[in-house]
Design a protein around this ligand. Structure first.
Ligand SMILES: Cc1cc2nc3c(=O)[nH]c(=O)nc-3n(C[C@H](O)[C@H](O)[C@H](O)COP(=O)(O)O)c2cc1C
Ligand code: SF4
Length: 440
């Protein structure tokens, strides 16, 4: 993990990662020594609606991918509990390239727990579930320990800090499927069913977990809340951009000298992130990259100065997603990388709707034969046609995400796809770029 005070928009003292390098940062003791559990005292002295207004004023937007305004989402919960209310934390972190929530839970689990208490109080929820990717055993153990410490210290359970507010947190090991990160599939999975997206409406705030009012939020979203309570909305807005305020953890992987988690304000560019990450590995030039995981359309070296906030990424033709910045140098074949991602989506498609279930399967088949040198030029149009039949026609956003790398890959690197097919038509050898990819 590396922290930075560099920004195109405002200076930043590390916020979300400020404790990560402290000795035993994950313990209650360290957390309390470094301002931990001070925000919850303020929050419990306030009216729940004041907290919702504060989060709205801060402009916090969901860090799970879609960027929905968190305060607005919280305000959808009923004010008077008729049924139990639930806060569900999405710690599934399945998007390829995304690796920010697990380090956060490993290094600073109490910041998430404190955020859960404040958010639950604001939404009149007395139950909170943290749904963690099932394979992530170490973070699950660490969170369980932190929850135990918080109960012992009186931050969880009955009558928290004599406020009259009760909260129980359950850490739930997930079912190990990418689709279980989609919020309604996650709720089905929590209920013990097979994880498949639900039809919306009803939205979770009306009928979520066990058909009760529920809010699903990402780990990083909720871990940001104690800082907003302590620092205030204006302070939070000194970081990032007008419509995308606040700090963000960018996960940088691939062909850079120092891959890792880099905290920087929203709106930071890849050029700046690369500087922090020590530049391109071995000086080999950048070829393509994802701004927010494999579900977000690819960018190229042309996009080095795109501000990586929700608006900037979208205006340049992609999405901010989870700020999983995967960086690829010139040795990597685009069709090969796109094939690998597409196989992932074909494997992870839950099968509920036909465009995604059938389409991702066929996309993977066509891409595989192209990369193996058995494709034809018509295959490119077939790929685009199948993508067109998935995009906007699938039941959930997995379908849209599955075609992102294909359509953007062909948009920027059509010649590379064509070259694979031409080789097939006229020459014996496989293209060098495909072999480089295949050898990885
Ligand atoms: C296929 C798929 C996988 C997803 N995986 C995750 C995930 O692992 N973690 C996450 O927070 N959100 C994930 N999301 C987004 C959630 O559905 C939801 O928008 C998010 O948890 C809301 O939290 P936020 O408002 O704090 O961002 C996924 C969405 C889709 C369509
Ligand atoms: S888009 Fe894919 S993952 Fe989503 S419901 Fe349809 S088949 Fe399932």
């Amino acid at each position: 993990m590396t922290q930075t005070n560099r920004s195109s928009t405002s200076p930043l003292t590390p916020v979300l990662t400020k404790r990560w390098l402290s000795p035993k940062s994950w313990t209650l003791r360290t957390y309390e020594q470094l301002e931990g559990y001070t925000a919850v005292r303020k929050a419990l002295a306030a009216h729940p609606d004041q907290l919702i207004e504060l989060v709205k004023a801060a402009g916090l937007r969901g860090r799970g991918g879609a960027g929905f305004p968190s305060g607005v989402k919280w305000s959808f919960m009923p004010k008077e509990p008729v049924k139990p209310h639930y806060l569900v934390i999405n710690a599934d972190e399945g998007e390829p390239g995304t690796c920010k929530d697990i380090p956060l839970m490993m290094a600073d689990p109490h910041s998430l727990i404190e955020g859960c208490i404040i958010a639950s109080y604001a939404m009149r929820a007395n139950h909170c579930m943290i749904y963690v990717r099932g394979e992530a055993l170490h973070p699950i153990r660490r969170l369980n320990n932190a929850v135990r410490e918080a109960y012992q210290a009186g931050y969880l359970g009955k009558n928290i800090l004599n406020s009259g507010f009760d909260l129980d947190i359950v850490v739930h090991a997930g079912a190990g499927a990418y689709i279980c990160g989609e919020e309604t599939a996650l709720l089905d999975s929590l209920e013990g069913k097979r994880g498949q997206p639900r039809l919306k409406p009803p939205f979770p705030a009306a009928a979520g977990l066990y058909a009760c009012p529920t809010t699903v939020n990402n780990v990083e979203t909720i871990a940001s809340v104690p800082y907003i309570v302590n620092g205030g909305a204006d302070w939070f807005r000194t970081m990032g951009t007008e419509k995308s305020p606040g700090p963000k953890i960018y996960s940088i992987s691939g062909h850079v000298e120092r891959p890792g988690q880099y905290e920087a304000p929203l709106g930071t560019t890849l050029r700046q992130l690369l500087e922090l990450a020590g530049g391109m590995k071995d000086g080999i030039p950048l070829k393509f990259w994802t701004p927010g995981g494999s579900s977000t359309p690819l960018f190229t070296a042309e996009h080095l100065d795109v501000p990586l906030d929700f608006e900037g990424a979208a205006e340049a033709g992609s999405m901010l997603g989870t700020t999983a910045v995967m960086v690829f140098n010139e040795t990597v074949s685009v069709p090969w990388a796109v094939m690998k991602w597409t196989k992932f989506y074909a494997h992870e498609s839950c099968g509920k709707c036909t465009p995604c279930r059938e389409g991702t399967y066929w996309l993977a088949q066509v891409l595989e034969r192209m990369v193996e040198g058995r494709g034809t030029e018509e295959d490119i149009e077939t790929l685009l046609d199948v993508c067109d039949n998935i995009f906007g026609r699938s039941f959930c956003a997995l379908g849209d995400g599955a075609v992102s790398s294909i359509t953007s890959g062909i948009k920027y690197f059509r010649e590379e796809f064509l070259a694979l097919c031409r080789k097939n038509a006229g020459e014996q050898d496989k293209p060098e770029s495909a072999l480089v990819g295949a050898a990885r």
